[in-house]
Design a protein around this ligand. Sequence first.
Ligand code: ZN
Length: 821
Amino acid sequence: MKRLSLVITAILCLPCSYALSNQGQSARKLQPAKTAQDYPVKPVPFTSVHFNDAFWAPRIEINRTVTIPFAFQKDEETGRVSNFERAAAALKGELKDKKAPGYPFDDTDVYKVIEAASYTLSVHPDPKLDAYLDSLIAKIAAAQEMDGYLYTARTIDPEHPHRWAGAKRWELEKVDSHELYNLGHLYEAAVAHYQATGKRSLLDIALKTADLLDRTFGPGKESIWPGHQITEMGLAKLYRITGDERYLKLAKFMLDVRLPDAPKTSNHRPEYNQSHQKVVDQTEAVGHAVRATYMYSGMADVAALTGDLSYVNAIDRIWENVVTKKLYITGGIGATGSGEAFGQDYELPNMTAYNETCAAVGNDYWNHRLYLLHGDAKYIDVMERTLYNGLISGVSLDGKLFFYPNPLESNGQHERRPWFGVACCPGNITRFIASVPGYVYAQKGDSLYVNLFVGSTADIKMDSGRSVRMTQETRYPWDGAVKMAVNPDRNSRFTINVRIPGWAHNEAVPSDLYRFLDRIDETVVLKVNGKPVPVNIDRDYVSLNRDWKRGDVIELILPMPVRRVVANEVVTADRGRVALQRGPIVYCAEWPDNPGGFVRNLVLSDAARLTAEFKPELLNGVTVIKSRATAFAYDENGKVLKDGQDFTAIPYYAWANRGRGQMMVWIPNNESSAKPRPFPTIAATSKVSVAVQRPRLNPNRINDGEEPASSSDSSSYFDWWPAKGRTEWVQYEFQKTATVSQVEVYWFDDTGRGEVRVPASWRILYKVGDEWKPVDNIDAYVVEKNRHNKVSFKPVTTAALRLEVTMQANWSAGIQEWKVK
Ligand SMILES: [Zn+2]
């Protein structure tokens, strides 16, 4: 493998002052853009920063040795790699089996992991991995059509492409074809691979597609914007590395043509892919959260490269909207699963929070770019919050299981999975984790910025020409003490800006969305060579301008008491509740650590003392929070019982590594918001089953004792959707034979957003031997919304009851709760 001593960054490709030897395919010389302008602040590339800490270094190693090979294995097993081989065979007229691939964006799952693997190759030579990438790239090259078009979902069988692909190229791009989305990920991968290996193999494939785009789209040509953004970011990277302005112009064009779409070309509301307004006129974060953050990141790139302030003004406004109204305490974004989208202002439900892992990645791409534009560390505050909480929650500690949504509360229905049909999140995790060292430092002229605290050594080249070796010794995020050794190449005056996180000076987030319940008086301490220096915070930094000499030591002590966070009163989901935070880490209570395995019935009074304790053996080593809580439970007569018990909270990112069960981030702090544990009724202790082989939703939700807020409450229900107009059943097998004489059914009905309605009719049957007989009902079987529908019947002694539902024609049916007496 050829190693290049070029400047590499995961996020940006800095202009490089060399010309590359041509390695084969294309004769075109690369002349990296000598951009008149780019981001005013520049990140120090991840290749210059080497972690040796106990938190990140093992995680990055697991990503390299477990997650990346695992993701490649899944790409192979699921046909994502063979799609390229099949497309190549089709181009040669040799393909027999023309079965269409799974999703038209499956190509990106290969590109993303190539990108991740390239990042690891940049810092960790691995000839085997290098050769494997070569073999994948050869397959991709063979799947590319003559004119550069690359999209296996069509090439495999152009006569019958995937139904989302459209009959012609680009025809459904604005809807669902994802042709341009695939190419955007290809560009990210190609640039990473070129920078890591110096090989042009993947880059030349990418440039050939980009030239096709340039011939096809633009003023006087076709006017199409990507139905799923990322092409814009990818084109900006191609521009930086080639110096070819056509790519930058195309990125800008694809942003500027984004206008309210003619309804006939799209099944989605224009907000879904942010085409409801010109991008420069947008003021709020709406629609699909991953698409949105990729677009805002692309706008930042084009703004940095062109100086177009109208983009900056737009993304600044949108950022204000997110940070004041649409950001979870975990840094997650995208409140609703409906359209994988941002919710309304202050709509931040916990159990149904969507918070796609990819959206957390996108949020960090975007906040980092805003930081590079503005140099204000408030963006690093948001980035750090997301990074340590709602982003790394997306992968299990062993690196093999993933979350797609990252909810803030669970009744046991959530579980990590090894892979997904739509597998965007695992690949995104692999590429992001591999590049985390690139977020620690930044520089501008003769100023150095220390943004994250990680035990590490970094060799930093500044734009002023100065080189500085920085080492950090710290146990962050478990301890706020950070010792930094400064070793400049020559003793002289320059500036080191040390970030003081918002949480260390009583600011939970840079808005009024969340605040700490108390103020702390423990102050931040900063010393240079043992002598305290004044902590004057400006834009979240203390600026140390002085004569630096080799061996100078900066000591930073960030107090890390356990803090209670409260949300703005307008956030109904968090009223009467607190979240716990220590340093950058947000906590949750999870079932294995709390007596009885229940947490949703707990109340943590504001007076309860909170202590932190490091547990080296737990969850790869975490600091837990200990306290005393009150557990609430109903007795059999419906009376509420209270009992004090020990309370333990763990870092949110580490939940769901020990099986399914209850979890809660926002913990009630008063009795009125308590949710007493239901009394174990006949229903609650029954085994629930449905005829559906692999139900989409867990049927155990109907006997969980959760009192629905209404029939449309989507926090804990079961339905048979997409089945419609059928007769279906659900049954309770009792623990032992019981005499029962009454049921209550609370129907699920999502009128206004879905296709589930109260059923046409229903009845109850009981088991006699192997037969099911209808009960002799005394009351009528009613189907009213928003209440329990009670039916008494002549007592039966039986081992099981069955609830038989006949749906309305053309509608599905569902149940919130089914009680038995
Ligand atoms: Zn995803």
